[in-house]
Write a protein that binds this ligand. Sequence first.
Ligand code: DGT
Ligand code: CA
Ligand code: CA
Length: 565
Amino acid sequence: MLERMGTLLEIKGELVFKIRAYFKAAENIRNLTEDIETVKKENRLASIPGIGKTLEEKIIQYLDTGKISSYQKLITEIPETLLDVVQIPSIGPKKAKLFFEELKIKDINGLRRAARDGKLEGLPGIKGKSIANILKGIQIVREGRERMNLGTATKVADDFLAALKAVPEVKKISVAGSLRRGQETIGDIDILITSPSPRKVMGIFTGLPQVKSVNVHGDTKSSILTQENVQVDLRVVDEEQFGAALLYFTGSKDFGVKLRQIAMRKKMKVNEYGVFSVAGKKEKILARKTEQECFRVLGLPYIPPELREDIGESELFSGKAVPRLIEQKDIQGELHVHSTWSDGKNSIAEMAEAAQKRGYMYLGVSDHSPRLRVAGGVAVADLKRKKEEIDRLNAKMSDFRILFGTEVEVDMDGNLDYNNTILSGFDVVVAAVHSGFEQSKDKMTRRLLKVCQNKHVHILAHPTGRHIGKREAYDMDFRQVCRAAGDHNVYLEINAFPVRLDLNSANVFFARQQGAKFAVNTDAHRVDHLEFMKFGITVARRGWLGKTDVLNTLGLPQLLKAIKK
Ligand code: DGT
Ligand code: CA
Ligand code: CA
């Protein structure tokens, strides 16, 4: 709420220090390690940095009534829907203010109409290209809104799975659909269960507190919307047919079509109830209880859900064994996390402890370099102290090693933010592009090639720069980048942060064919982000990677040897 207020004040054109106060307060609240209700109850709100008397009153009002009166007043002047408008890449509060004041544009639809009708032309700072960018931005935001990222979907699904598992009448349970396949964005969540009393379970499901509205309420299928407008479909199927139903409702639709074609060729039929032989006069059931049996009678190896798409399908259906895909347990550590030395929220010691708890053998603490000011990059003068801190911590540990890393900024021409002497002092160098996304394909490609050719670089972070719901991949010749990375022993990152998932699975599949190798990193900014590794593994699996394709499946000595140039 405070952030929304800050943004609206920014659109209104308030004084900078006033706006900043809201953002700062919002950030400090977000970083609280305890429940704000507790802080309020104990009368300690004013002890949170950046929260004075006025903000304290607003927060109390919000916690008590769910509303802030000054906010309510503000949105009568500055429409709340302008908050959607500033979500569009290339549009900040200044442009939103301009559009609102000059053209009465209040929301995304109004903006799109104005852009299409040529009304934006001639406004200060608006060129033909910026209008095209605005329209593209609107499209990206729309898509981001219709489909949630894998992280959000996983959280919602886990919540429902836990609630349903607690119901004694729920026997077998599994997610299905795009979530089970691990797609990077998810339309709706599908859950499949078996139960002796479907009616009762459906009643419990539709009555859960997370449910805002019920769209379908039946004995075999119900569909609800959560408070956050996420659709969850629950299906109850027969215990005997669970495997066939799971296979059917996991999809993808294209994969299902392919399976039915294969069945037909073998005089069989496959649907949500089972695999049947249709050779004789009468249909005969061949398999239905488990997915494994269904695949087997169709003459296919077990195909993991992540591969049930249209990539690599000719190989899948050739009858050959499916390669063993990488698994979470193969991961021995990771090489791209942040600490309080830059914009992370936990100390190196805390990050290392969390990594050890996950069973890792090493952790590369790769804080930002100074050029990325918004992230408080580590100044050259401070690197020595950071290194000493790491050495001190390492001296106290056996079987675990903190690697002295950096996520070094790549400038517009492909040069790095630290000089060669400094770069050679790191155990692991992760190079990253955070600026100049609009560069031409040629320029961006040359920039990335230069990074790959740099003898100090070990990993290219989030190689395409996309940000789900915010920004598309930048334009570049990906084939050339993959080849250069392969040639110069630079590992391409699969960044597991849910809004990134960069590389994506199609990139991974392609890059591997070009001879690239990979590192799966979470880009964690706090200890709980280390959990995101599972999403990176999903992307890797969907891109057909095995253990040997991924750098951080190696033990420490092997890893250090592998990255050596
Ligand atoms: P989403 O929700 O857009 O991220 O994608 P999915 O794949 O989860 O699609 P959804 O929720 O519409 O359906 C779940 C699965 O059910 C889908 O992957 C395959 C199966 N399915 C749904 N509708 C059809 C259909 O009309 N034909 C076939 N063959 N399968 C379907
Ligand atoms: Ca779905
Ligand atoms: Ca669905």
